[in-house]
Design a protein around this ligand. Structure first.
Ligand SMILES: Cc1cc2nc3c(=O)[nH]c(=O)nc-3n(C[C@H](O)[C@H](O)[C@H](O)COP(=O)(O)OP(=O)(O)OC[C@H]3O[C@@H](n4cnc5c(N)ncnc54)[C@H](O)[C@@H]3O)c2cc1C
Length: 290
């Protein structure tokens, strides 16, 4: 199908983009990589009268270190993340997650910010953002504010970002000492999206027991979540195979699981436990330097 007609705008700066969002309000949509928005427009699930293409705002596209944190501009593409040597050495979970997304075209055009704001329940990034406790930086008419990843994802395709705000950057902390991380997913055989995806960041104490584990899960429910019971059961325990399995079994506790033609809710919950165990094990091995 062909989308409804719209006016196309190309702001050169963040301020100009915010001015346009303010002027056109609910009749406008921001365009980043277009790999989620354009299909929705063609299906007429979205019909903005004004399309604000932020793709040429260079100030939204970077990966850098700042005040001990790693900062990624919202327009950074999946491919740029996958191939960043800074991220490979300081936050390898992000390149590892990027590698699991879509195909070459999707990776070259799709952006981290676009994926997070779109908040598809089967998207990969949200699990990783939860595991590294990322901070989203939003700019709107009243200035800048920061939103923790666990507060950002509100519901099915709904985030805490206001309609007059632009997501400008994502901040994550680098990998601490004795820490490993991992992202594993079951690809949907047709779309490649995550049927279930689990991201883990795990720190070992000097004794070799688990100091802290953060487990982000995508694909199971309407929105991504932290598997808090799994995290609680891991803290302070030695990372034996039995302990990891017992903790991972709770990876979908209390979640109202999605069900579709490919995977029932019960199957998704089973997958969450299986993928959580594998991802926790891999993160623990990496934390131990194996
Ligand atoms: C064939 C195919 C396969 C895919 N496979 C996967 C997969 O395996 N895993 C996965 O996670 N994703 C997958 N995707 C989705 C892909 O990652 C998209 O690129 C991504 O979800 C959206 O990013 P975008 O830059 O294209 O955003 P757009 O489509 O341009 O925008 C998406 C939404 O975010 C809003 N938006 C974008 N940027 C901002 C911003 N900075 N501030 C405020 N609002 C903003 C837009 O207004 C729109 O509502 C796939 C897509 C396709 C087409």
């Amino acid at each position: 199908m062909i989308s409804e007609s719209f006016e196309y705008h190309v702001p050169k700066t963040i301020e100009e983009a915010l001015g346009m969002i303010g002027e056109f309000g609910d009749e406008s949509k921001v365009l980043a990589g277009g790999h989620s928005l354009l299909p929705m427009m063609k299906l007429r699930l979205a019909s903005p009268k004004h399309l604000i293409d932020i793709g040429r705002i260079g100030a939204l596209r970077y990966i850098r270190e700042s005040e001990g944190q790693l900062e990624l501009g919202a327009l950074t593409t999946h491919f740029e993340i996958e191939s960043s040597s800074l991220l490979k050495s300081k936050c390898p979970l992000l390149p590892e997650t990027a590698r699991e997304i879509g195909d070459v075209q999707v990776c070259n055009r799709g952006t981290l910010g676009g994926s997070l704001v779109h908040a598809d329940p089967a998207a990969d990034w949200p699990a990783a953002m939860l595991a590294v406790e990322a901070e989203m930086v939003a700019r709107g008419p009243h200035g800048e504010r920061k939103i923790r990843a666990r507060d950002f994802f509100v519901d099915l395709m709904a985030t805490a970002l206001q309609s007059d705000e632009l997501l400008t950057a994502i901040r994550v902390s680098p990998l601490p000492a004795r820490t490993g991380d991992a992202y594993l997913k079951l690809h949907h055989p047709a779309s490649g999206f995550a049927v279930v995806g689990v991201a883990v960041r795990l720190t070992l104490a000097e004794s070799g027991s688990i100091g802290e584990a953060r487990v982000g899960v995508t694909g199971v429910g309407a929105k991504p979540y932290r598997a808090e019971e799994t995290e609680r059961l891991l803290a302070g325990k030695s990372p034996t195979a039995k302990r990891l399995e017992e903790a991972a079994a709770h990876a979908a506790d209390g979640v109202d699981a999605n069900s579709d033609l490919y995977a029932s809710g019960d199957y998704r919950k089973h997958l969450a436990a299986v993928y959580a165990r594998r991802a926790i094990q891999r993160a623990a091995e990496r934390a131990a330097g194996r």
